[in-house]
Design a protein around this ligand. Structure first.
Ligand code: ATP
Ligand code: MG
Length: 157
């Protein structure tokens, strides 16, 4: 079904903003194009962004910032995508861990994130759903600086 990714994101950001603020984090949503139409299952795509935003909140210390930005008509390898990036100023991920990040039950340095009690499934689920929609996820991260996850979904023309 065609759906407006922009509207989905607005809703998700709205839903988690309170939790971010309670943790001393600023959360912003940047969008200059509306609507951004993709063929997707609303519940699954909502879950993808809940997982990414929950991580951004969990792995960013007080005073940090989380920004969500949507862009359409992003060209990559001869295809056109809607693109959503979730950027945080959190603890980051060491380069050698990036390759395993989307594996089921994988968590970086268990001791460090012990307090958060996650299961290590959030990213594998997000990855699985996005791929099922013909898209992909990229990650760029620097330890102690922050992380950006970018979700690419095929655009409906
Ligand atoms: P769950 O999501 O199942 O509750 P989880 O958050 O540990 O548990 P994932 O969401 O799959 O699992 O993330 C895997 C690991 O990747 C995390 O344990 C964490 O170490 C790392 N990670 C994920 N997102 C970030 C981020 N934004 N900043 C830093 N590390 C991250
Ligand atoms: Mg998670």
């Amino acid at each position: 079904k065609p759906l407006d990714l922009s509207a989905i994101l607005e809703q998700v950001v709205d839903d988690v903003k309170m939790e971010a603020e309670e943790n001393g984090l600023e959360m912003r949503f940047y969008s200059n194009t509306m609507p951004v139409t993709v063929m997707a299952d609303a519940r699954r795509i909502t879950q993808v962004f809940i997982n990414l935003l929950t991580n951004a909140i969990r792995y960013t210390m007080e005073g940090g910032k989380i920004s969500v930005a949507i862009e359409d008509k992003v060209l990559d390898r001869n295809a056109v995508y809607a693109c959503v990036s979730v950027t945080d100023t959190g603890i980051g991920i060491p380069p050698e861990e990036l390759a395993h990040l989307f594996d089921r039950f994988y968590r970086v340095e268990k001791a460090r994130s012990r307090h958060s009690g996650g299961t290590g499934l959030g990213l594998s689920i997000a990855h699985h759903f996005v791929r099922a929609h013909g898209g992909f996820i990229r990650v760029a991260s620097e330890p102690d600086q922050g992380t950006t996850f970018t979700v690419y979904l095929p655009l409906v023309n």
